[in-house]
Design a protein around this ligand. Structure first.
Ligand code: M6R
Length: 606
C-alpha cells in the first residue's frame, strides 16, 4: 500500500516527513519522495528504492520548506522509477496519492489536448493537471480541488499542497483511509495514525467521501456533498501497530472498511493496471507446463480456494482438486509428479495446512502458497510465495484477508489462462479491468452500511439461517454462513442452491431466513427457481443481487442491492455483504465480535 504523510510545521519538515514514512514501511513500497513549499515555490526530492536513498538525496540537496507532503509508492501505473515516484507536481500543485484513479486515461487525454505536459506514467499525475487546469481557469486552490474531486472516479486518498500557499494543505478520502493529526501550531496528515504517532496522539479520521482544508491552526472538513461537517478528535494509541482500531468500534469493522485499499494494494502487486495485464512475479514455476492443480486450506481460506477452482477450471481448463486440509492430510491422495500444489492461509501457520504442504512436497509437487504473513512457516517452506497485502488482520473472523486471497487467486487464474493459451490479450484486459474497478464498487457498498443494521434485526431473531449460492457464488454462500455462525453464534449453513431439494429444503419454514447470493449471471434463472421453492414454503428470502427483486418472481423480504460487476470479479464484492450481515448481527446480539468464543486467530494445533 502506498503511504501518505503531510506536515504543516513550525520548522523545516522534510526529515520529519521521512521519519513518518518510515512508520509506514510495513505497508511495502518501491520508491519514495517528499515535496515542500519553499519561498513560495514547490520543490521535491524523490528516489527509487528504500527511504535511505531518499535520505541520502536530502542530505546532498536539502529542502527547507515548513509545509510538505511525503509518500511511499507501490507501483500500480508505471514502473517503480524516480520519474513515477510521488509527489507529482506542476508549477502550482503537488500531490501524493494512494489508490487508483480509474478514469485517468480520459482525463489525461483531455488535459493533454489542452496543452498539459505529463512527465510520468502514473494515474496520479492526471489529478495534478486537473487541479492546475482549474486554477489556470481562475479558481483558488480550495475551489479547484472541490471541482476536481467531482471528476475523479476510483478509490483513493490524496494529500495536496500549493505553490504560494505556505499555510494550506488539502486532503481527500474516497476509499483509502486518511488521518489528520492535531499539533500545537502544527497540523499533520497520514495514511494512518501510526505514521503520526511521533508528533501527536490527537487524531481526526476522515470518513468516506470527506475532504479537508488544513492550516496550522484550523481544519475545515466537508462531506461528499460539499457540506461542512464535524468529525471527532480521538486519542490514538497507535504506538503499537496491533492496537489501533481507528474510529471503528471493532477491528473487524476496521478490516472490512480497509478492503478497498488493501485489495488495490494486493492487485497492484500482480497487475500492470496501465497496460491491463497480469504481471506475475517470478515464481520459478513454468505456468504453461501445469496440468493439474491441487488446493488445500482451512475455513475461510478454503472457501477462497474453492472460488479459485471455478476460476482456474473456467479460464485455464486445468483440473483442480480441492480439499480441506484436515481431510487432505490423512486420505493419502495420489499426486502425480510435477503438479502444482497451492496452499492458502492468512496466518501461514495453520497446522493442518502446513501438514498437507509437507505431504505434497514429499509427493513431488511444486509448492505455492497464498499467505498474508510473509515470514510464516508456510511461506518459508514454499517454492513460491504469493503474498496477500492485507496488512495485519486482528479480528478472528477473516474479512480483508479473504478478499485479498481472492484477489491473488483471480490474478493467478488469469495468468494460468494466458499461459495455457485459453485466454487472449483482449480477454485478459477485460478481466483485469473488472478487478481494477473492484475497490471503487466496494467503497460504494460500504457507504450504505445502515441497510445491514436493519437486516440484522431480522436475522438476530432467527435460530437457523440458510445461505444459498450457485456456481461461483456457492463458496461465497459458504463463507457467509461461516461468518455468521462464528461471530453471532446463530446456526447457519451454506448450500449449493441446486442441492436444496435434496434435503435442506426440509428445514425451511416461515422462521428461517434464507440468504440467496445471486448475481445476475448465466445461472441466475436457475437460482430464481430455488428462491421460488423457498418462498413457497414460507422461507424469508434475503436476496443479495444486482437484479431487481421483481425478477425473483416471489416474495423477497429483503434485497441487498449490489452493483453491476463483471461475473468474474463478483465473488470479491459479494463477500462484503456476507461480512456486513454477520458483523451487524453479532453487534446486535452483543457478542465478542473480535474474539468470539472458542476461536483462535491462528490454529497451530491439529
Ligand atoms: O490462517 P489461516 O487462513 O490458515 O486460517 C484458516 C482458518 O482457521 C480461518 O480462515 C478461520 O476459518 C477464520 N476464523 C474464518 O473467519
Amino acid at each position: 500500500m502506498c503511504g501518505i504523510v503531510g506536515i504543516l510545521g513550525a520548522k523545516p519538515v522534510a526529515l520529519d516527513l521521512v521519519d513518518a514514512l518510515r512508520r509506514l514501511e510495513y505497508r511495502g513500497y518501491d520508491s519514495a519522495g517528499v515535496a515542500t513549499v519553499e519561498n513560495g515555490h514547490l520543490e521535491r526530492r524523490r528516489a527509487e528504492g528504500k527511504l535511505r536513498n531518499l535520505e541520502t538525496r536530502l542530505q546532498s540537496e536539502p529542502l527547507a520548506g515548513h509545509t510538505g507532503i511525503g509518500h511511499t509508492r507501490w507501483a500500480t501505473h508505471g514502473k517503480p522509477t524516480e520519474r513515477n515516484a510521488h509527489p507529482h507536481m506542476s508549477g502550482r500543485v503537488s500531490v501524493v496519492h494512494n489508490g487508483i484513479i480509474e478514469n485517468y486515461r480520459d482525463l489525461k487525454a483531455e488535459l493533454q489536448a489542452k496543452g498539459h505536459v505529463f512527465a510520468s506514467d502514473t494515474d496520479t499525475e492526471a489529478v495534478v493537471h486537473l487541479i492546475t487546469d482549474e486554477m489556470d481557469a481562475g479558481h483558488g486552490p480550495v475551489e479547484a480541488v472541490r471541482r476536481s474531486l467531482k471528476r475523479l472516479s476510483g478509490a483513493f486518498a490524496l494529500g495536496i499542497i500549493f505553490a504560494g500557499h505556505d499555510d494550506l494543505m488539502i486532503a481527500a478520502r474516497q476509499g483509502s483511509p486518511l488521518a489528520i493529526g492535531h499539533g500545537k501550531g502544527e497540523m499533520y496528515l497520514g495514511s494512518d495514525a501510526i505514521a503520526l504517532a511521533p508528533f501527536t496522539s490527537e487524531i481526526t479520521y476522515l470518513e468516506e467521501g470527506d475532504w479537508a482544508v488544513l492550516s496550522r491552526t484550523k481544519i475545515e472538513i466537508f462531506d461528499r456533498n460539499g457540506g461542512a461537517v464535524q468529525r471527532p478528535v480521538t486519542k490514538s494509541i497507535a504506538s503499537s501497530l496491533l492496537v489501533d482500531k481507528g474510529n471503528h468500534r471493532h477491528f473487524m469493522a476496521k478490516e472490512i472498511h480497509e478492503q478497498p485499499e488493501v485489495i488495490s494494494h494486493t492487485l497492484s502487486h500482480y497487475l500492470d493496471m496501465g497496460e491491463g495485464r497480469v504481471q506475475f512475479p517470478e515464481l520459478g514455476i513454468d505456468l504453461s507446463a501445469i496440468t493439474r492443480v491441487s488446493i488445500s486450506a482451512c475455513g475461510t481460506a478454503y472457501y477462497a480456494g474453492l472460488v479459485a477452482k471455478y476460476w482456474i477450471e473456467r479460464l485455464a481448463r486445468i483440473p483442480v482438486e480441492i480439499d480441506v486440509a484436515s481431510e487432505f492430510r490423512y486420505r493419502e491422495a495420489p499426486m502425480s509428479p510435477g503438479g502444482l500444489a497451492l496452499f492458502v492461509s492468512q496466518s501461514g501457520e495453520t497446522a493442518d495446512t502446513l501438514a498437507t504442504l509437507r505431504y505434497a512436497k514429499a509427493n513431488g509437487q511444486r509448492i505455492a502458497s497464498v499467505v498474508n504473513v510473509r515470514t510464516s512457516t508456510i511461506a518459508r517452506e514454499s517454492d513460491a510465495v504469493l503474498p496477500t497485502l492485507a496488512g495485519p488482520e486482528i479480528g478472528v473472523a477473516s474479512t480483508k484477508a479473504f478478499t485479498c486471497q481472492l484477489a491473488v487467486l483471480a490474478c493467478l487464474s488469469i495468468a494460468l489462462g494466458r499461459a495455457s493459451g485459453h485466454i487472449d490479450a483482449a480477454k485478459e484486459r477485460e478481466l483485469v479491468q473488472a478487478l481494477v474497478e473492484l475497490p471503487r464498487h466496494i467503497s460504494v457498498l460500504l457507504r450504505n452500511e445502515h441497510k445491514f443494521e436493519e437486516l440484522a434485526h431480522a436475522l438476530g431473531k432467527a435460530r437457523d439461517v440458510i445461505y444459498l449460492g450457485r456456481g461461483i457464488s456457492y463458496p461465497v454462500a459458504l463463507e457467509g454462513a461461516l461468518k455468521l455462525k462464528e461471530i453471532s453464534y446463530i446456526h447457519a449453513e451454506g448450500y449449493a442452491a441446486g442441492e436444496l431439494k435434496h434435503g435442506p429444503i426440509a428445514l425451511i419454514d416461515e422462521n428461517v431466513p434464507v440468504v440467496v447470493v445471486c448475481p445476475k449471471d448465466e445461472l441466475f434463472d436457475k437460482t430464481v427457481s430455488n428462491m421460488q421453492e423457498v418462498a413457497a414454503r414460507g422461507g424469508q428470502i434475503v436476496m443479495v443481487s444486482n437484479a431487481d427483486p421483481d425478477e425473483a418472481g416471489c416474495k423477497v423480504v429483503s434485497h441487498i442491492e449490489m452493483p453491476d460487476v463483471h461475473p468474474f470479479s463478483a465473488p470479491l464484492i459479494y463477500a462484503v455483504p456476507m461480512q456486513l450481515i454477520a458483523y451487524h448481527t453479532a453487534v446486535l446480539m452483543g457478542t465478542d465480535v473480535d474474539q468470539p468464543r472458542n476461536l483462535a486467530k491462528s490454529v497451530t494445533v491439529e
